[in-house]
Design a protein around this ligand. Sequence first.
Ligand code: GRG
Length: 305
Amino acid sequence: MTLSSYIEATRRDVEAALPTYLPAPDACPTVLLEAMKYSLLGGGKRLRPILCLASGDAVGADRAMLMPTACAIEMIHTYSLIHDDLPAMDNDTLRRGRPTLHVVAGEGQAILAGDGLLTLAFQVISAHPRSADPAFMTRKIRAIELVAGAAGAVGMVGGQAIDLACVTPDPQGRVAPALDAVALRHMHLKKTGALIRASATAGAILGGAASPLVEAIDTAAREFGLAFQIVDDILDVEGASAELGKTAGKDAAAGKPTYPSLFGLDASKRMAADCLARAETALASVQLADSPLMGIGRWIIERRN
Ligand code: GRG
């Protein structure tokens, strides 16, 4: 199977599973359910669930045991996009090639849809699959802890707070000082990197991998996460809105610190390639250099959207 057919087949599995975890229509207000569906079922690469499942495949897991967590991570990611697009944050009107949720449903419902998806994610991971195997349930608790940490104040939410403080004046009109290279890397590792990293690592943990294997995948996934955001910064400069499905050129317009603004485009591309090389070294140490998991890392830096 080629890498692209592997990714396509995995994406199809994710697309089929995602709606099955939404609340029943009679249990959730229609206005809220429709808003959650608009964003969750409205496209996207599904990178994070694909990474989670590929990591599980790499350690010989049963995909059915991982799918709820893979879908839950996509719910967390979708919530972050909804909230990031709000007028109080990035104030964006285009996402995944369509109007952003607050444009079609209003700000209040968009905030609530994000809240609904975030909390649903942890309900889904906790409830599915129900297993009588205490070892699996212990691994699941580890995965919940990992994903919650990656999504929260020490992970994605923390990274977003750093980002926001750099470009949006506080009520006293103060903006945080410009980030240097170390601080920018730190922000990227949190804002985008943490959830990508946790996607792969949770797959390995749930799949029952031994510690050295989990650690190697975690090391590689950290590099994937950083590479992803560096490439995102590059695409914001080089990409077209139509291809990206979101507004291009926003980072520079907002005066955001990015890899290209700090290092230039060529050096940024080399840095993304260096991340990939470090990921490959980590995966090679556990004989996974030729795995679909590594292939997904290459896709991360070759993607055009
Ligand atoms: C609001 C708590 C909170 C967090 C927001 C991740 C994030 C933090 C904001 C997203 C802003 C953004 C566009 C960051 C660039 C990297 C990124 C996450 C891009 C979107 O992810 P993709 O490319 O999107 O995987 P798709 O649509 O393919 O799922």
